[in-house]
Ligand binder design. Structure first.
Ligand SMILES: [Fe+2]
Length: 210
């Protein structure tokens, strides 16, 4: 499998990849196919390209995308490239569009696991991560008016490239890409598709967990 050459990313190569993104992936989002195509072309792929991180074409073709069932991908949504999700470890890359939010959630104990532990590391752009604790100042994150009551933890951790933060299991958290968007790496214990608890009760459909 060939990597896309770093520093030699031409638009036609990416355009070709975007066209190959499967209909199955497109159907994961409730905002509609045309809107998703524009999102992928205009935002996610652009961010992948800007970051200059190597991805295999097949990883881009099979990117996981969710809008959490809210139909508002640019505000509340996430794209995920999953490197590994074995019985014990998980690693993924999360390309985020400008000011896109991964909504507030926690990972409780499930089956024999004490709950998922996560480490987030910013690779490109800027990420505003919020968790339980004191709200020390005005936050940099921007919550659209209609979602103001869907968040209640505001202890802010600003992650720039090279910065990382580890969350204990079952801790409320949410995060948002900065003005240019971001690429956020996540290293964790096993990711379960079910069992996560979202603060916004309107969230009813999740393609993959994060
Ligand atoms: Fe999480």
């Amino acid at each position: 499998m060939n990597n896309i050459p770093d520093g030699n990313l031409n638009d036609s190569a990416y355009q070709e990849l975007v066209e190959k993104i499967s209909r199955e992936v497109l159907s994961q989002i409730s905002t509609g196919e045309d809107k998703l195509k524009n999102t992928v072309k205009g935002s996610i792929v652009d961010i992948l390209k800007k970051s200059k991180i190597h991805f295999r074409p097949s990883e881009i073709e099979n990117i996981d995308i969710t809008d959490y069932g809210l139909g508002d991908f640019y505000n509340i949504g996430l794209a995920l490239i999953i490197y590994v999700n074995s019985a014990r470890v998980c690693a993924k890359e999360l390309p985020m569009t400008p000011y896109q939010i991964c909504p507030q959630h926690r990972h409780p104990a499930i089956e024999k696991s004490p709950g998922k532990e996560e480490t987030f590391r910013c690779r490109w752009g800027e990420v505003y991560l919020y968790t339980e604790g004191n709200k020390e100042k005005e936050i940099k994150g921007k919550i659209p008016e209609k979602y103001k009551d869907k968040f209640n933890v505001f202890h802010e951790i600003i992650l720039r490239p090279g910065d990382q933060y580890t969350l204990n299991p079952d801790t409320w958290h949410w995060f948002q890409g900065g003005p240019e968007g971001a690429i956020l790496s996540e290293f964790s214990t096993h990711s379960y598709d079910a069992g996560d608890i979202y603060y916004d009760k309107n969230i009813k459909r999740i393609a993959v967990d994060n």
